[in-house]
Write a protein that binds this ligand. Structure first.
Ligand SMILES: Nc1ncnc2c1ncn2[C@@H]1O[C@H](COP(=O)(O)OP(=O)(O)OP(=O)(O)O)[C@@H](O)[C@H]1O
Ligand SMILES: [Mg+2]
Length: 339
């Protein structure tokens, strides 16, 4: 069941800026849903709709079964207790300790002190900050501050965690740690995560699904492995260039050299995803038709929803046999390009 469903949503600021255009988006319970886009694309506007901080100009924003546009302030306040959020700049209270920051939402909910303290103890343990409870934010590293942000967001045991560029202020190693923490929390609690980013590596590391947003519109969406395997939109292709999966450019430059080096047969690029990976298919097919296969360059990437890979190969044999190999590979849903 969709835990978040947006239908035909538009957001126009001040009768002027059309920040979101006809957005349809469906997030299933347990998804780690990435939304990627350039600056100004409308990502923060979208995520603010999901916790009712912003209202849609028109369209439906159904979160946990109710349309944010059709409930009153009190219902909205209650609903927001089921939605935690973390921010790029952490938004911690500087005059409060780690423990007091994490307890803050529980105080607002009127949870008694003893219960608050118990919950804070669980949370500092969960995020690995047991020995930092009485520190102030200024005494913490960026990664530790975001751990406090995560603990605070989870204090009220929300069903949904929203992350707006939660790792953008962190270095790559700390980013990896924070993503790993979110991943662990997801595994333990099956919390639904919606995560905004402008980095495809973040999507690759942690997300199960992705939507690409450009100029207020969703231009592509799907399972991460499928989108990586077969991107349709130019913006998606541009974002994929940020990842190690897109060493396309250097490969293309190499092809000219390969053609001189590997004069026999044909040079062929194979692209496959988890559906056909991990089986000695290619070996079997070439044997079947008596074609020799020489691997020139290969690469396999891991996403949360499976493996994707590219293989540059030289096929040596009779032309008719090479054709048969290619036919067979296509039938196996491997993408074949003759270079
Ligand atoms: N409160 C507001 N009032 C008026 N215009 C706004 C408001 N918030 C955002 N906008 C405009 O809406 C558009 C989308 O902004 P938004 O902040 O959603 O983009 P973003 O994808 O989050 O960008 P960034 O990556 O820089 O954070 C921009 O043109 C922005 O100027
Ligand atoms: Mg933003």
């Amino acid at each position: 069941m969709a835990i978040i469903k947006l239908s035909n949503v538009n957001k126009i600021y001040n009768n002027d800026v059309h920040a979101l255009k006809d957005i349809d988006l469906s997030v299933q319970e347990g998804d780690i849903y990435g939304i990627i886009g350039y600056s100004g694309a409308g990502k923060s506007t979208l995520i603010r709709l999901l916790n009712g901080l912003e209202t849609a100009t028109n369209g439906e924003v159904v979160v946990l079964g109710e349309d944010f546009g059709k409930i009153n302030n009190e219902q909205r306040r209650i609903k927001r207790q089921s939605i935690g959020m973390i921010f790029q700049h952490f938004n911690l209270l500087w005059s409060r300790t780690v423990a007091e920051n994490i307890a803050f939402p529980l105080e607002i909910l009127g949870i008694p002190k003893a219960e608050r303290e118990k919950r804070v103890d669980e949370l500092v343990k969960l995020v690995g900050l047991e020995d930092r409870k009485s520190n102030y934010p200024s005494q913490l590293s960026g990664g530790q501050k975001q751990r406090v942000g995560i603990a605070r967001a989870l204090a009220g045991k929300p069903k949904i965690l929203l992350c707006d560029e939660a790792t953008s202020a962190l270095d790559p190693e700390t980013t990896a740690d924070v993503l790993e923490l979110i991943n662990e929390i997801h595994k333990k609690t099956n919390i639904t995560v919606v995560l905004i980013t402008h980095e495809m590596n973040v999507v690759k590391t942690i997300c199960t699904k992705v939507a690409v947003i450009d100029d207020g519109k969703i231009v592509e969406e799907g399972l991460v492995s499928d989108v990586f395997y077969n991107p349709q939109n130019n913006v998606t292709k541009k974002f994929l260039k940020q990842t190690s999966f897109s060493s396309e450019k250097s490969a293309i430059q190499n092809v000219a050299n390969w053609k001189e080096e590997f004069v026999n047969g044909r040079i062929i690029k194979l692209t496959f995803n988890n559906k056909n990976f991990n089986e000695p298919i290619i070996n079997d097919v070439t044997h079947e038709f008596n074609v020799k296969l020489n691997i020139i360059q290969g690469k396999v990437d891991k996403t949360k929803t499976g493996y994707i890979g590219t293989l540059y190969t030289q096929l040596i044999g009779e032309d008719v046999d090479i054709d048969k190999v290619i036919d067979k590979l296509i039938k196996l849903e491997i993408t074949v390009e003759v270079l």
